[in-house]
Write a protein that binds this ligand. Structure first.
Ligand SMILES: [Zn+2]
Length: 340
């Protein structure tokens, strides 16, 4: 489904809306950063007070340990009185507790300005995840739910199981959320093209362009396949094979890594295949509108195949497919943390 934003009358309107949304989000972000900084500063002050409390007994200990020699010389002079050393030892052990209050007030106020320092913004490797479909279609009159109709075995199975049929758009959303959670656990930043169904028209080309807006380092679009031939099964990974594109080869290697990882996790019942999108006659808009980041589109299974559909329903398969995708990302695009 190729879609040029230039042919879309809603495009300009959409862009304006997005720009307004982005400005609002930026404002919100600045407020959050200020609030977090204030909390960190307050926490720092509390820690310093506690540290000071802790330090006072030691200071007093040090102080009192310097006094005994003087006492010793004093006691050495009378020498006859054996009771004098004992009462002098006890006060030194007892003094730490009542004295701490005056000192802590001084140290936090002098340290306070330096505590404000951690206003550091950190950026980690950012992955743009696109659960395929789930947007209003190009005509704006129906939801694009992806593969699924009453003939599909996945549709039938889910309808029987849950009382309502599921579509490709549902299945890939569940799967993509699992990928997101695992990536975030590994420290990556994740931006998703949708977290639910989106009841507005967002052309695929624009969805891809949003990866660039999000300053993403790579893009992974997650789908499920269908075919008239219900015996077709297994996973396929696509990349943009336009030789004029500078990241075509890198994307191919990324696709190969994803395919290998899927096989290693046993998430495809047969060896996963890698395809150039042009070569396969698809020229996928999602892969061709990303600009300058490595991109792959994964057809994780066939919803028209009985065994694949069974797998797609099972939590076990979803988990191993999610892990396989994450493993490929994590090994090829190692987590980088940059202080901004
Ligand atoms: Zn799809």
């Amino acid at each position: 489904m190729n879609f040029s934003p230039l042919n879309d009358p809603g495009f300009e309107e959409y862009r304006k809306r997005e720009a307004a949304k982005a400005a609002k989000a930026r404002k919100k972000r600045t407020l959050i950063i200020l609030a977090v900084t204030a909390v960190i500063a307050a926490a720092g002050a509390v820690l310093l007070v506690l540290a000071a409390f802790d330090a006072v007994p030691r200071i007093i200990d040090n102080f009192s340990s310097t006094t005994p020699p003087a006492e010793n010389t004093q006691t050495a002079a009378p020498s006859g009185s054996p009771e004098t050393p004992t009462p002098q030892v006890l006060p030194t052990e007892a003094t730490p507790s009542p004295t701490p209050s005056p000192t802590p007030d001084v140290s936090p106020t002098t340290e306070d300005p330096s505590v404000v320092k951690p206003t550091v913004k950190v950026r980690t490797t950012t992955v743009y995840l696109d659960p395929g479909h789930g947007f209003l279609n190009a005509a704006g009159d129906a939801m694009d739910k992806g593969a699924g109709n009453p003939d599909y075995i996945y549709y039938k199975m889910t309808e029987e199981l849950y009382g309502a049929p599921m579509y490709e758009a549902d299945m890939v959303l569940i799967l993509t959320k699992k990928v997101k959670a695992l990536l975030e656990d590994a420290g990556y930043t994740v931006v998703m093209s949708r977290e639910d169904y989106v009841y507005e028209r967002v052309p695929i080309a624009l969805r891809a362009a949003k990866a660039k807006e999000a300053d993403a380092d790579l893009l992974v679009s997650i789908h499920a396949n269908s075919a008239a031939d219900t015996s077709a099964y297994g996973a396929r990974v696509y990349y943009n094979d336009n030789p004029a594109w500078s990241l075509s080869i890198e994307s191919k290697h990324f696709a190969e890594d994803v395919a290998k990882s899927i096989d290693a996790y046993g998430a495809s019942r047969k060896k996963s295949k890698v395809y150039g999108d042009g070569e396969s006659g698809k020229t996928l808009a999602m892969l061709r509108g990303t600009g300058d980041i490595p991109s792959v589109l994964i057809e994780t299974c066939f919803l028209t195949n009985e065994e694949d559909a069974k797998a797609a329903i099972s939590e076990e398969w979803q988990d191993s497919m999610a892990k396989a995708i994450v493993q490929a990302i994590v090994t090829r695009y190692k987590l980088k943390t940059t202080i901004l």
